[in-house]
Design a protein. Structure first.
Ligand code: ADP
Length: 260
C-alpha cells in the first residue's frame, strides 16, 4: 500500500509538471511552425532541396504538437464524471472501432456473463483506457492472434481485496492477447508514466499509467499477468454499483486517444 501511495503521488507530480511543460512547449512549436510556413512562402518553389527541408521541419512540428496534446490530455486529469453504466454495453458500442484498430489479422472476441452489474465510472475515460489496452495488444501481435475482452461479476473476499480495496462485489474485465508478452523487467515498470519499449514516435509510455490512474480513481484495481511468449492478461476490477444505468447522451468513442 505504501508503494501504491508513492506511485499515486509520483503520478500526480508528473502530471502537474507535464501539463505546464507541454503547454509552453506547444507555444514554442507554434512559433517554429509559423516561421517555417513564412519561409516556405518566401523560397522559390522550384528549389526542391529547401522545400524538402522546410517540409521536414513542418512534419516534425506536427509530430511534436501531437505529442504535446497527448501529454496535455494526460496531465489535465479531467474531473471524472462517474455514472452507472453497463460495461458490456460500452464495449459492444466500441466493437467496430476496436476491430478496425486491430486490423484483419487479429481475431476479436467479446464475452460477458449475465447478469452483469453496472460500474460507476466516467464512460469516456473507460473508453480511452480500453482503446489504449487494445492498441497495446495489437502492437504485441504483429503476426496476428486473438484479443479477448471478457466481463463477469466477482465477489472479492477480504484476502482477495487486499489492503487497498474493500471486499465485496466487483465487475472483472479481462483483456487478454496471444502476443509477445512481457519480460519481468518490463512488467515491473509498465505502469510508470513514459515507460515504453516502443520506438520513438510509436509509444508515449502513457497508456498503462493512464489506465492505472483511471482504475484507482474509480476505486478499483488493475493487474498485469504476462510472460514472454505467453501473451498478456490485463485484469481490471471495478466496484459493482446497484444504481440503475444512466443513459447519458454521449458520443461513443472519443478521438482523444492513440487510435488515431
Ligand atoms: P506505450 O504503449 O506507449 O509503450 P504503455 O504505458 O501503454 O505505453 O505500455 C508500456 C509498455 O508496456 C509498452 O511499451 C510495452 O513494452 C508493454 N506492454 C503494454 N501492454 C502490452 C501487451 N499487451 N503485450 C506486451 N507488452 C505490453
Amino acid at each position: 500500500a505504501r508503494n501504491e501511495l508513492h506511485h499515486a503521488q509520483k503520478l500526480e507530480a508528473i502530471g502537474k509538471l507535464t501539463g505546464g511543460v507541454a503547454h509552453d512547449f506547444n507555444n514554442v512549436l507554434q512559433v517554429i511552425g509559423g516561421n517555417a510556413q513564412l519561409l516556405q512562402l518566401s523560397v522559390r518553389r522550384d528549389d526542391a532541396k529547401l522545400q524538402q527541408w522546410i517540409a521536414s521541419i513542418q512534419a516534425s512540428v506536427e509530430r511534436g504538437s501531437k505529442l504535446s496534446s497527448q501529454l496535455l490530455s494526460f496531465a489535465r486529469r479531467q474531473p471524472l464524471q462517474p455514472v452507472a453504466v453497463d460495461p458490456a454495453r460500452i464495449v459492444r458500442g466500441m466493437e467496430d472501432l476496436l476491430q478496425r484498430a486491430l486490423g484483419e489479422s487479429i481475431r476479436f472476441e467479446v464475452v460477458e456473463e449475465r447478469p452483469l452489474s453496472r460500474v460507476k465510472v466516467d464512460p469516456g475515460q473507460l473508453e480511452n483506457v480500453l482503446i489504449n489496452l487494445v492498441i497495446n495488444a495489437r502492437d504485441a501481435m504483429p503476426q496476428g492472434g486473438t484479443l479477448r475482452i471478457a466481463m463477469r461479476d466477482v465477489a472479492l473476499s477480504e484476502a482477495e481485496a487486499g489492503a487497498e480495496l474493500a471486499p465485496g462485489p466487483y465487475v472483472l474485465l479481462e483483456i487478454s492477447d496471444t502476443g509477445a508478452g512481457m519480460p519481468e523487467d518490463v512488467r515491473a515498470r509498465a505502469f510508470e508514466p513514459f515507460f515504453t519499449t516502443k520506438e520513438v514516435g510509436k509509444g508515449t509510455g502513457l497508456g498503462l499509467s493512464m489506465a492505472y490512474g483511471f482504475v484507482r480513481q474509480s476505486g478499483g484495481r488493475i493487474e498485469l499477468h504476462s510472460e514472454p511468449g505467453q501473451g498478456t492478461l490485463v485484469k481490471i476490477y471495478l466496484p459493482a454499483s446497484d444504481e440503475a444505468e444512466a443513459m447519458p447522451d454521449r458520443r461513443v468513442a472519443r478521438t482523444e486517444s492513440r487510435a488515431a
